[in-house]
Design a protein around this ligand. Structure first.
Ligand SMILES: Nc1nc2c(ncn2[C@@H]2O[C@H](COP(=O)(O)OP(=O)(O)OP(=O)(O)O)[C@@H](O)[C@H]2O)c(=O)[nH]1
Ligand SMILES: [Mg+2]
Length: 685
């Protein structure tokens, strides 16, 4: 089989991003149909059974195809906020993010958030205003919104021809050309008379927008010399690559109007991987800039791993420098192990086919790499440069997971590992205090689909349960008790008595044991047994049943029997004495309190503060941030944060985000104690 090879400048890495339901997947498939890569739209990009069933995308889809002698590596990303991790991975490897915006719904929350993510990473951007065939589609309105929100770089390159159900073409402003569509294919046509005046006006505005980005062009323009089409297109491409100009085109993914013009835009105006310039890598402790070099040594980054039903594990690589060939040996920089690549694969949704060498900038899939995970760097032996790991937004919704059966239990660890490799926006935590395994996700849908996927892909049944809070207990007062263990049964008996005094210690000090026994009331060799009994009880649970902290125990007296006393007897005496003393020393439950940093639009700050108040939060400060946002810092009991990810999303219309970490323990208010004790009892049954 002969496989066509491409140079780096013929490669375009493009991701479709935007709010859920704006038409990304439909557009991706329309592009594939138009380019002749598939025959029929409908099942290439959302090929996962879950995606088919739910009708929206949950994971990155990749389709690699040709348009006008260029290789387009097209990534389709999910718009649903729970799957933002997929967008983060795609933005790392894409050289252009095409924002798909519905002409009916306008610029929506997720579009704004992703725009901000892309901007912070300097990713070049363009906009496809979609659904112009629909009722109430408003191209001008969307352009105005784009300009208001994203600034002067927004450059509309087209105007729609016809409206709503009669929408049938696009007018290219740069070339002054109209395209009319028949069955998804555009052909040049006369500029409609009703558009001519408007077209001229917008054309001039566009030319001015482009020439200001280029000093020499601007000078000539001011001298009355209007640059030619090629020069303008060239200047536009530089602006796009520099992420300072954001072209806006339009169409309908459903009727395939404007889709081929979008493909042309990718070839003519989108940067190749070489145009993106240097990228940061870590060489030892140093961060340095590396160059995408077609002739350099190979360097590849794993941006996505997929557990595929047919081929097993698939690793998606972007070749950041050099060329990667089938059967190459590279080193996994994380582990130092040799990695043999075998066959390189080209991807069309859920299908793969063998392909040849991957030049600098290309994206390629490789099956069954041993111990290679998402975010790994592959480099030649002895060249240990490392590409920074993917940075994922914080997963803030916890759910406790538990294997359904023993057979599931045996496979759980491995399955969770593979799940996290496939989706690094999930996080796993083992809480030894509550003996729960916690899966953290971005939202309810995220964790639910992760659990479904564990079942479907790895055959592991998982139940979820409420997350238990790691309560502890301490004492507020001092008290004494006698711990006595006495047993007479047949032969040798058991006997040990200790007198204990317990007293509170400052928070975080843990435990101290004072041996104040005098006159041999307890023989020396048994005193450590008393302490051991106390330490064990502290861990197992004190008077209220929770692990005990911050207590000083003084053992000040005791009794023994020359024959019956032994270590075990004193250990048990220590346990009973300690538990009893604590019960008399005003025991209280301690709860974990987290430090939370919440970012919300200023408009909902009041609501967010009111909500924190109802969660027993104590606000530490508020501060204005960029883009009219406010950052609130607060101390909030951790038990009040378990569903905050869901509540903050609805409270802020999807715009709020937060981070939190454990800060300290403090006593639970008295009115909540009974409920916590009742819940804890329930959990034990
Ligand atoms: N009328 C019309 N409907 C469209 C167009 N593009 C997409 N749709 C419809 O909009 C709905 C959502 O389309 P998708 O392509 O799944 O949207 P998406 O952006 O991939 O959605 P997520 O994967 O959830 O982010 C589907 O019912 C499509 O048929 C269009 O240009 N015109
Ligand atoms: Mg989709």
């Amino acid at each position: 089989m002969r496989v066509k090879t491409y140079t780096s400048s013929q490669i375009r890495n493009v991701v479709l991003v935007g709010h859920g339901g704006s038409g990304k997947t439909t557009l991706a498939e329309a592009m594939l149909v138009r380019a002749g890569a598939i025959n029929r739209a409908g099942s290439t990009m959302d090929h996962d059974p879950e995606e088919k069933e739910k009708g929206f995308s949950m994971a990155l889809g990749l389709a690699q195809f040709e348009w006008r002698d260029h290789k387009i590596n097209l990534l389709d990303s999910p718009g649903f906020p729970d799957f933002i991790g997929e967008v983060a991975a795609a933005l790392r490897v894409a050289d252009l993010a095409v924002f798909v915006v519905s002409a009916v719904d306008g610029v929506e929350v997720q579009t704004e958030l992703i725009w901000r993510m892309a901007a912070s990473q300097g990713v070049p951007r363009a906009v496809f205003v979609n659904k112009l065939d629909r009722e109430r589609a408003d191209f001008d309105g969307v352009v105005e919104q784009l300009q208001n929100r994203f600034g002067a770089g927004i450059a509309p390159l087209q105007l729609p021809i016809g409206t709503e159900s009669s929408f049938h073409g696009v007018a290219d402003l740069l070339s002054d050309t109209a395209y009319h569509y028949q069955d998804g294919v555009g052909s040049k046509a006369d500029m409609p008379a009703e558009l001519a005046d408007r077209e001229h006006e917008v054309h001039d505005a566009l030319v001015e927008g482009i020439v200001v980005a280029d000093d020499s062009l601007l000078e000539r323009y001011l001298d009355g010399d209007v640059p030619g089409l090629d020069e303008l297109a060239h200047a536009l491409a530089s602006g796009v690559a520099a992420a300072s100009v954001f072209p806006v085109v339009c169409g309908s993914a459903l009727t395939a109007v404007g889709v081929d013009r979008l493909l042309d835009l990718l070839v003519d105006e989108a940067p190749s991987p070489l145009d993106r310039g240097t990228f940061p890598v870590q060489a030892g402790d140093l961060e340095v800039e590396a160059e995408p070099d077609e002739k350099g040594e190979p360097l590849a980054f794993v941006f996505k791993s997929i557990a595929d039903r047919h081929v097993g594990q698939l690793s998606m690589l972007k070749v950041l420098s050099g060329q990667v060939n089938p059967d190459d040996h590279l080193t996994n920089v994380r582990t130092g192990s040799d990695v043999r690549l075998h066959t390189l694969l080209s991807t069309m949704g859920g299908d793969q086919s063998p392909t040849g060498a991957a030049p600098c900038g290309d994206i390629v899939a490789v099956a069954k790499l041993t111990d290679v995970h998402t975010s790994d760097t592959l480099a030649p032996k002895g060249k240990p440069v490392r590409v920074p790991r993917l940075e994922m937004p914080a997963a803030t919704l916890p759910v406790a997971v538990k294997a359904k059966t023993q057979a599931d239990e045996d496979k759980l660890g491995i399955a969770l590992g593979r799940l996290l490799d496939e989706d690094p926006s999930l996080r796993l935590e083992r809480n030894e205090e509550t003996r729960q395994t916690i899966l953290w996700g971005m939202g309810e849908t995220h964790v639910r689909t992760a659990i479904e996927r564990m079942h479907r892909k790895f055959g592991v049944g998982v139940d979820t349960e409420d997350v238990r809070i790691a309560y502890r207990e301490t004492i507020l007062g001092e008290a004494d008790a006698e711990g006595k263990h006495k047993k007479q049964s047949g032969g040798r008996g058991q006997f040990g008595v200790c007198f204990l005094k317990v007293a509170p210690m400052p928070r975080g000090e843990g435990f101290s044991f004072v041996d104040a026994v005098v006159g041999g009331a307890i023989p020396r060799q048994f005193i450590p047994a008393v302490e051991k009994g106390i330490v064990e009880t502290m861990a197992e649970g004190g008077a209220l049943g929770f692990p005990v902290v911050d207590v000083r125990v003084t053992c000040y007296d005791g009794k023994f029997h020359p024959v019956d006393s032994d270590e075990m007897s004193f250990k048990i005496a220590g346990r009973t004495g300690f538990r009893e003393a604590c019960g008399r020393a005003n025991p209280v439950i301690l709860e974990p309190v987290s430090r939370v940093e919440i970012t919300v639009p200023a408009a909902v700050q009041g609501d967010a503060l009111g909500d924190l108040n109802s969660r027993r939060g104590r606000v530490q400060g508020t501060e204005a941030a960029e883009d009219g946002e406010q950052v609130i810092t607060a101390l909030v009991p951790t038990s009040e944060l378990l569903r905050y990810a869901i509540d903050l999303r609805s409270l802020s219309g999807g715009r709020g985000r937060f981070l939190f970490e454990h800060d300290h323990y403090e006593p639970v208010p008295a009115h909540l104690t009974d409920k916590i004790l009742a819940d804890a009892k329930q959990d034990q049954h």
